[in-house]
Design a protein around this ligand. Structure first.
Ligand code: TTP
Ligand code: MG
Length: 406
């Protein structure tokens, strides 16, 4: 059976989320990325701002010069992540296995879904409508027989579009488009192809495969297939996590046991929250330490029963830490904790004694409060020490290694 693939991408995502929160921003040139005099770049620009030439990746100073009347917003990632989760939840109602790409984009395999929705086109229209009704956001949707053509179609239909490419029309649809529209062709490849006299996808599609391979190696073959509208990649749900960990590097090497323990507790709580959010339990707990001289050790403990409680993660990590610190007296540069050997949570009430049950209820109550008011809204005594060291945001402490302060 011919496949029907849907590609969905939200329009001006970060900006649109801001506009839903503050409708006064609607219809105006708006930029998310930071202050206009800042050193950053545009993350998202409204279509009104794009009319002035603004686009993602442009330095904010250039953006404010081209469009001084634009409204510049710093942006806040948790808001976008929440909107993204709600977007993905809607998609999951349409297909059990959507494939998310980043925050505002996904593929769905709609092969055989005609009978449910009348046609795949109607299914796509329904998805757009639900996103509009429930999130207030515009989505652009492409439908085609393969991923690459569906993606080009959704991009071409922006904003608020819906474009279906009929089976058999993939090549003729792509042919007139400039090569930069083809996923996988970045600035560099575009320039090289232009230098070879290739400007449209149609021209690329008839370039001899041997020539493409000699210029671009293995990716020449992919370019050839994509340009001809051939792409047999499956829609694949993201691989499920095999382990979850958090680590951080201290701004200064430390031998202070209370700081090490407080940080371990905090990182362990973040791991625990993530574990419970994914509906998993873990059998192994791993401590990671990097010493001042960059020697890195990991120490693992296997539990007799699986766990998902902050207390067990911390107690186990603390035991491992104590042992490690008696052996090695160097100051610590980095500390991390992780869980692995994950299993689906299910209910294990028979195994739980009443103190474990109380612990579980406590963890879940804390998770609910944190979801509503931010991670540091509620803290265990031990991590309060961190309050004096790390700047705080509703999201949690801003640790030294920003990408790991999740
Ligand atoms: P995109 O889907 O590429 O852009 P967009 O949603 O703002 O606009 P459109 O899809 O209508 O063309 O990226 C989604 C979000 O990812 C975007 O809103 C902000 C973020 N992002 C960055 O932070 N930096 C970037 O360079 C890009 C391209 C996106
Ligand atoms: Mg988008």
């Amino acid at each position: 059976m011919a496949r029907r693939i849907i590609h969905i991408d939200l329009d001006a995502f970060f900006v649109s989320v801001e506009q839903v929160k503050n409708p006064e921003l609607k219809g105006k040139p708006v930029v998310v990325g930071g202050r206009p005099e800042g050193r950053g770049v545009v993350a998202s620009a409204s279509y009104e701002a794009r009319a002035f030439g603004l686009h993602a990746g442009m330095p904010l100073t250039t953006a404010s010069r081209l469009c001084p009347q634009a409204i510049f917003i710093q942006g806040s990632f948790p808001k976008y992540r929440d909107a993204s989760q709600r977007f993905m939840t809607i998609l999951a109602d349409f297909s059990p296995y959507p494939e998310p790409l980043g925050l505002d984009e996904a593929y769905l395999d709609a092969t055989g879904f005609e009978s449910i929705y009348g046609s795949v086109h109607q299914m796509a229209a329904k998805i757009k409508q639900r996103i509009k009704d429930e999130l207030g956001l515009d989505a652009s949707v492409g439908v085609a027989s393969c991923k690459v053509v569906a993606k080009v179609a959704s991009e071409l239909s922006k904003p608020d579009g819906l474009l279906e490419v009929a089976a058999g029309e993939e090549r003729s649809f792509l042919a007139p488009l400039p090569i930069a529209k083809l996923p996988g062709i970045g600035r560099k490849t575009e320039r090289r192809l232009n230098g070879l006299g290739v400007n449209t996808i149609g021209e690329l599609s008839i370039m001899p495969l041997s020539a493409l391979k000699s210029h671009f190696g293995a990716s020449g073959e992919v370019l050839h297939r994509f340009a001809n509208g051939i792409d047999d990649r499956e829609v694949e749900p993201p691989a499920t996590a095999k382990s979850i960990s958090r680590e951080t590097t201290f701004s200064k090497d430390t031998g202070d046991h209370s700081l090490l323990k407080a940080t371990l507790r905090y990182l362990g709580e973040r791991v625990g929250a993530d574990l419970r959010q994914r509906g998993k339990r873990a059998r192994c707990i791993t401590l990671k330490l990097r010493y001042a001289d960059f020697t890195t050790i990991t120490r693992r403990h296997t539990l007799s029963q699986t766990c998902d409680s902050d207390q067990t993660i911390f107690n186990t990590g603390q035991g491992l830490l104590k042992k490690a610190l008696t052996r090695e007296r160097q100051p610590v540069r980095l500390i991390g904790i992780g869980v692995s050997s994950l299993v689906e949570s299910g209910r294990q009430l028979a195994l739980l004694d009443s103190s474990a049950q109380r612990q579980e209820q406590l963890d879940r109550a804390i998770d609910r409060i944190r979801k509503k008011y931010g991670f540091t809204a509620i803290q265990t005594g031990r991590t309060l020490l961190l309050k004096e060291i790390f700047p705080e945001s509703g999201e949690g402490y801003k640790l030294h290694t920003p990408s790991l302060s999740r």
